[in-house]
Ligand binder design. Sequence first.
Ligand SMILES: CC(C)(COP(=O)(O)OP(=O)(O)OC[C@H]1O[C@@H](n2cnc3c(N)ncnc32)[C@H](O)[C@@H]1OP(=O)(O)O)[C@@H](O)C(=O)NCCC(=O)NCCS
Length: 150
Amino acid sequence: MNESNIQIRLMKADDFDAIVGIDEKVLKTSRPEYYKMKFEKLFETKDYLPASLVAEQEDGTVVGFIMGEIYMGEYGIFQEEASLDTIGVDPDNQYKGIGEQLINEFIDHLKKVGVQKINTLVDWNDSKLIHFFSANKFSPSKTINLERRL
Ligand SMILES: CC(C)(COP(=O)(O)OP(=O)(O)OC[C@H]1O[C@@H](n2cnc3c(N)ncnc32)[C@H](O)[C@@H]1OP(=O)(O)O)[C@@H](O)C(=O)NCCC(=O)NCCS
């Protein structure tokens, strides 16, 4: 399989099971509650615009996804920034350029609505993911994320 067999399309509510399944294969733990919350926000809230996509094989199987949010500001004007919250490609289909294809289409989609910057958070110790984002032209931002243990 190569990239041309993969179609990128907007995520639908029906994609829930496929996405939870891919996430489980990637992380080796199931997070239906997390995705239930994200899907509710995506498909039922008016303050956020959908910026989430899936990668689909010719037979309709979903093999990857990318989820993000564009915040709709006051007066219905988009903010210039969007977030990339989650990306996942089925481990059986990784290293075929699907991740890159998802990022590129995600960016094209955001550019069309005026977004100028995308933020994402990556675990410092996840060198594979950091490498992937670096290869896709992401770089460390000038703000740092602070935390305090309680
Ligand atoms: C990160 C992730 C999305 C990448 O997906 P992917 O489809 O494998 O990504 P790509 O194929 O575009 O790129 C991966 C690598 O394969 C390489 N590659 C792409 N096409 C290739 C091909 N035909 N042959 C060989 N290598 C190829 C890319 O160059 C890239 O290598 P590099 O990182 O050394 O530059 C995937 O590994 C994943 O789902 N990881 C888990 C993510 C996760 O933890 N998500 C939850 C929190 S956000």
